[in-house]
Design a protein around this ligand. Structure first.
Ligand code: ZN
Ligand code: ZN
Length: 350
């Protein structure tokens, strides 16, 4: 049996739902035959990390090490790992483990993050009851099927946000059939939104960026939006009524008006929730029914979706806009995300 190199992994942990993160160590579970050990170079901060730290989606298990936009180097591999080599630069996202059995409905459909046996990068449980931990740390052990060799021309620090934000926006575009010539709205221009504009633009869509921050207009147009609309400007926003084929909602702001958003959709248009509000949402069902509009959601993406995301991003030179910070400044980084004061992703560096 191959032993892991790092017997005790040091990471930044939330000890409860209100204190700053602090350095803490855990003993990782033994390196399985299909696992790799990855020394972490970069990890992005995603909105989901904040929800997990705050127990916003239900009680988290503390101490909690979250972080799921990971890029690092493979330093150890189990005896059955054939897809990766020591020294490979890999990306690891939020999903660390699934059963991969043919009789598992989600796994057999390429929807492995929905596998009931899943483990995620924020203190969820493996089948054997041991806890999983995330990437705000020096290293991580992960099933090699959930670690992805980076395309050769990809800048590793820019790959980090692709592992969650990029995957989250591109997967529903592919799975829900977004194609050249579609009119695609993106609500909320942050970590997800600024990538959604780039992916939709690269797919040949006409992209309308919708935000409450006028000062993001210039960047949105540079990223590939053909139009920027401030949602607060009722007159402007009414001009897109009944015109969008797709709408990707990347903000979970309590002020989101889902009924109004549905009015932007053309017949049989698809609205897709990508951010996960902690509260229930309200929508006038009549707008959906009379417009034949679909409202749905999408969670990250499966293994094949990750590969497609990385490949497409490399081919079309999709570049997350990041602010790099040392990992030790993580609490400052988290505060900046809470304040909505990031252009557009913070990437922590070890
Ligand atoms: Zn995320
Ligand atoms: Zn499964």
């Amino acid at each position: 049996m191959v032993e892991g190199k790092i017997a005790s992994i040091e990471g930044w942990a939330a000890m409860d739902n209100k204190s700053p993160l602090k350095l803490w160590s855990y003993s990782p579970r033994p390196l399985g035959p299909s696992d790799v050990e990855v020394k972490i170079h970069f990890c992005g901060i995603c909105g989901s990390d904040i929800h997990a730290i705050d127990s916003g989606w239900g009680a988290s298990i503390y101490p909690l090490v979250t972080g799921h936009e990971i890029v690092g180097k493979v330093i150890t591999k189990g005896e059955n790992v054939s897809n990766l080599d020591i020294g490979d630069l890999v990306g690891v996202g939020g999903h660390l483990y699934a059963c991969h059995q043919n009789d598992c409905k989600p796994c057999s459909r390429g929807l492995d993050p929905h596998c009931p046996k899943s483990a995620f990068a924020y203190n969820s449980k493996y089948e054997d009851g041991s806890l999983s931990y995330g990437g705000f740390a020096e290293a991580i052990r992960v099933d090699s099927r959930h670690a992805f060799r980076l395309p050769e021309n990809m800048d590793p620090e820019l790959a980090a946000p692709l592992m969650c934000a990029g995957l989250t926006v591109f997967t529903p575009m592919v799975r829900k059939g977004v194609k050249k010539g579609n009119r695609v709205g993106v609500v909320g221009i942050g970590g997800l939104g600024h990538l959604a504009i780039q992916f939709a633009n690269a797919l040949g869509c006409e992209v309308i960026a919708l935000s409450t921050s006028d000062n993001k207009e210039e960047e949105c147009l540079k990223l590939g939006a053909s139009q920027f609309i401030n949602i607060k400007n009722q007159e402007e926003v009414a001009k897109i009524n009944k015109s969008l084929d797709y709408l990707f909602i990347t903000t979970n702001s309590k002020s989101n008006n889902y009924t109004q958003m549905a009015q932007w959709m053309t017949y049989e248009g698809t609205m897709c929730l990508l951010a996960l509000p902690e509260n229930n949402i309200e929508i006038n069902p009549g707008v959906l029914v009379f417009g034949s509009i679909y409202l749905g959601g999408s969670l990250i993406g499966g293994i094949e979706d990750v590969k497609k995301t990385l490949e497409f991003a490399a081919k079309h030179n999709i570049r997350p806009m990041i602010e790099k910070m040392p990992m030790k400044n993580i609490n400052e980084g988290i505060q900046r995300v809470r304040d909505g004061n990031v252009r557009y992703r913070i990437v922590l560096e070890n």
